[in-house]
Write a protein that binds this ligand. Structure first.
Ligand code: NAD
Length: 418
């Protein structure tokens, strides 16, 4: 690994890859190629702040692989974003899009910034400058950004507008996760959460557990966590714990998710609500539940807390929430893990639908989107489960093997240029 990428999350992504490449006896020439991102750009973003001063932020775009098509991946705004973290997330996108059978490679972008510390006008200037700086790399046929931690449909709208201004005409397919008014897709905002619920229902069915007997704990109440909570609650499961960055709420009888969802949308932190007992994020992860869903940052489940988790199913809505050491502990304890590249793929699947609609200028009904999403999810889950059972391995290794194998096939077919 070259020093520029060194970061705990990138080391985790590479360690997972090495483990799986060994297990599948992957061609050694391909291993080196797939471990290193294909193309990375670091940009300086000078922004005029509202008080008249100029601050320079740093942004990244990493394209890990494009053998199967244009690269695809979210844009993250967070104070801890680094090149190495973005590279790890880009690598996971490559396996994720391949596993879901989408004609994409993997990419990711980010800016090292706390978006909540900026005014709306500063956020717009930062986003537009970022879009202008990464312009040579992105586009509907090259690399298509989408929402991730700290970015919203409004941020995607500014990105799409800046891209369109550069080329001189509207290009809705340049980004996904946009507002409906400029070519966004019905169902995209809730897609990752809906996918998380659909994958978990497949796992519950496999384990013979009914939804009525299911209790759910979710870490993170942003786009993914809040929609996951809402859809689970509507489906008839008991959501007993939720949290955001400041802490969480717990009620073993079930939380009033509808009310919490509405109030949180209005900007009220979970900590100010009285719907349940207050718990810390550490306590939340070890609550007794059927399903635990980390839906915030990476490396939340480590060797320190893996032995204390009290769930039967772990659905990884966040990217990379479980360290390699924790993974082994949970496997020994027979916790059924739906790995991130499978569990949160509903987002990129509906992003793909959005891109197809934009490119074709032909928009679908919400029922078409839900039905097609459901079909892809059931197929991906069952294929991964059958593969895991046949090879007597974990869902994570099976999912990674499937994804990596498809990417390897594309490389073999295309050959090595020049
Ligand atoms: P978001 O910014 O909308 O929400 C993040 C949530 O995490 C917020 O509620 C925040 O308060 C909480 N949080 C932040 N730091 C925390 C901490 N230390 N402990 C507990 N909670 C904390 O982000 P999102 O889009 O919901 O993304 C969440 C995760 O899902 C990320 O790992 C992201 O990569 C992954 N993901 C998102 C999408 C998508 O479509 N948005 C798709 C696939 C995967």
């Amino acid at each position: 690994m070259i020093a520029e990428f060194d970061h705990p999350t990138f080391r985790l992504a590479v360690a997972q890859f090495d483990q799986v490449a060994e297990a599948m006896n992957l061609d050694t020439n391909l291993r080196e190629r797939l471990k290193t991102p294909q193309r990375s750009l670091v940009v300086a973003l000078p922004i005029r702040m509202d008080d008249g001063t100029v601050r320079v932020f740093h942004g990244y775009r990493v394209q890990h692989d494009s053998a199967r098509g244009p690269s695809k991946g979210g844009l993250r705004y967070h104070q801890d974003v680094t090149l190495g973290e973005v590279a790890a997330l880009a690598m996971w996108m490559t396996w994720k899009t391949a596993l879901a059978g989408l004609p994409y490679g993997g990419a990711k972008g980010g800016i090292t910034v706390d978006p909540h510390a900026l005014s709306l006008a500063e956020l717009e200037r930062l986003t537009r400058r970022y879009a202008a700086e990464v312009f040579p790399l992105i586009g509907p046929d090259k690399d298509i950004p989408a929402t991730d931690i700290g970015t919203t449909p409004q941020v995607m709208a500014w990105l799409m507008d800046t891209y369109s201004q550069q080329v001189g005409f509207s290009v809705p397919g340049a980004v996904t996760g946009k507002p409906l008014a400029i070519g966004g897709s019905l169902g995209r905002e809730e897609a990752t959460g809906r996918g998380v619920v659909d994958f978990t229902i497949e796992a519950l069915r496999h384990k013979g557990i009914s939804l009525e007997d299911t209790s759910v704990v979710i870490q993170g109440f942003g786009n993914v966590g809040s929609h996951t909570a809402r859809i689970f609650s509507e489906a008839g499961a008991r959501v007993v714990g939720v949290s955001d960055v400041a802490g969480g709420l717990f009620n073993p009888k079930g939380l009033p998710i509808d009310e919490i969802f509405q109030q949180h949308r209005l900007g009220r932190p979970l900590q100010d609500m009285k719907a349940g007992d207050h718990v810390t994020n550490d306590e939340l992860l070890t609550l007794d539940c059927t399903v635990l869903i980390p839906a915030a940052l990476s490396e939340q489940i480590t060797e320190k807390n893996a032995g204390r988790l009290r769930c039967r199913i772990l659905t990884e809505a966040a990217n990379g929430p479980t360290t390699l050491e924790a993974d082994a502990i949970l496997d020994d304890r027979d916790v059924f893990i739906i790995p991130d590249i499978l569990a949160n793929s509903g987002g990129v699947i509906v992003s793909y639908f959005e891109w197809v609609q934009d490119v074709q200028r032909f928009f679908w009904q919400e029922r078409d989107i839900r039905q097609r999403l459901q079909e892809l999810i059931t197929t991906a889950f069952q294929r991964t489960l059958c593969f895991a059972e046949e090879k007597k391995t974990t869902m994570r290794i099976a999912a990674l093997m499937n994804g990596i194998d498809r990417v390897a096939q594309a490389h073999t077919a295309r050959g090595l240029y020049p």
